[in-house]
Design a binder for this molecule. Structure first.
Ligand SMILES: Cc1ncc(COP(=O)(O)O)c(C=O)c1O
Length: 392
């Protein structure tokens, strides 16, 4: 920090120059991110509530009301309008909260997760002192439920199912996990951080979609992130619990607050109200139809990509269930394929078995065409072939 302040206009211009490049990169060639480009109206809402603190809802009662309405909206989408929950910093915090609730509710210390689960579950287990049992995946990249059944012990607190895996958008058989959880008396958490705002709309569009939400009696909590497919600005993760009985074991009173004592069950104390205002506005402005149309368009682009990934050079890991596509080059290592795509200017996510492309609402048909052209170029066996096509 300098001794004297600088000219505000000059500082803002410098800031704009620094940020502009990131925004361009994200909007144009970053097809590896699961985050939304926020709708402009959500940014206005965010700014309107930027001073608010959800950690002190007695003072910020208006925004607290918005949060209740957002949770009711997301709960309704996921078949439980009476769900109890919060808008938190992201899917990571939501998953930590779920395992925290599961541990305290059951007073047990083991969790079974699919090998496809997000790293946040390992963070949660480390923080909470839980032993992780990793269930292998079947050939369709979903959890092996027989393994889960065989590995439930008297110490098992919870099992986790994913509705929209990070790597491939695969959906675990949540219905089977729900039956198992009910039979064995264990907690079932569903991580629908990405899929929670895709699957209900896919269903409305006529796709065959497996049940994954509170309609299934064994589901105790769900992560659903508006900052992923909800078109909301970061940070807007979401955690929903079926019932208050799961929240009580992680709820703390903060009696000293200016607005009066409150019960809090999030990790953070002070919480921004801006993202909540943003999500509230989006749910109202878009409605189910708006989200459905966004998902329809993402799936149209997904189908375009899928149709294009055919032939000699490229292959899909699996037929996508949602707008997440795993692709690899038949004759190259993933590392080499990824490096080449980077050199061609693309920012895709690299997994051990494939590159991930996420088709988000702000992506365009033009972009998918360019991507396909470059995927095919990059997948050519050797540099000589690649250089020849780049010169062409
Ligand atoms: C399925 C899933 N769960 C949780 C997360 C973590 O979300 P966040 O990065 O918002 O903490 C991700 C991130 O991509 C995810 O794909």
């Amino acid at each position: 920090m300098r001794e004297e302040g600088s000219d505000p206009q000059a500082v803002l211009e410098e800031l704009a120059r620094i940020i502009e490049k990131d925004v361009k990169r994200f909007t144009l060639r970053a097809l590896g991110s699961m985050c939304s480009k926020p709708l402009p109206i959500s940014k206005i809402a965010y700014l309107m509530a930027i001073e608010s603190n959800l950690g002190d809802p007695g003072v910020w009662g208006g925004v607290a009301r918005l949060e209740r309405e957002v949770i009711e909206g997301l709960g309704t989408l996921l078949s439980n309008p009476r769900a109890v929950g919060a808008i938190v910093s992201g899917g990571t915090e939501a998953n930590i909260l779920a395992l925290w609730a599961a541990r305290n509710y059951t007073k047990k210390r083991e969790v079974i997760v699919p090998a496809s689960c997000h790293v946040s579950f390992y963070k949660a287990a480390d923080l909470l002192g839980l032993k992780v049992v990793e269930a292998p995946l079947k050939r369709d990249y979903t959890i092996d439920v027989d393994f889960v059944r065989r590995n439930i012990t008297k110490e098992t607190a919870a099992v986790v199912g994913i509705a929209g895996t990070t790597a491939l958008g695969a959906v675990d058989p949540i219905e089977e996990l729900s039956e198992l959880a009910l039979e064995k008396g264990i907690y079932l958490h569903v991580d629908a951080a990405f899929g929670g705002m895709v699957l209900p709309f896919l269903k409305e569009l006529g796709y065959k979609v497996p049940e994954f939400d509170f309609k299934l009696d064994g589901v105790c909590s769900i992560t659903v992130d508006p900052h992923k497919m909800g078109l909301a600005p970061i940070p807007a993760g979401g955690i929903l619990f079926r019932d208050d009985e799961f929240v009580r074991p992680i709820a703390f009173e903060t009696p000293y607050l200016a607005g009066g004592g409150v019960r809090s069950f999030t990790i953070t104390g002070t919480r921004p109200g801006g993202p909540i205002a943003a999500v509230w506005v989006l749910l109202r402005v878009l409605g189910r139809r708006g989200y459905r149309e966004a998902v329809r368009e993402c799936m149209r682009l997904t189908e375009m990509l899928v149709r294009g990934v055919e032939g000699e050079e490229l292959e899909l890991l699996m037929r996508p269930v949602m707008n997440v596509v795993g692709v690899r080059a038949k004759r190259l290592s993933v590392r080499e394929f990824s490096m080449r795509m980077k050199r061609l200017g693309w920012l895709l996510s690299e997994f051990p078995t494939h590159l991930r492309v996420v088709l988000m609402p702000h992506h365009t048909e033009e972009l998918v065409k360019e991507l396909l052209r470059d995927l095919k170029r990059a997948a050519l066996r050797d540099h000589v072939e690649l250089r020849a096509t780049l010169k062409a």
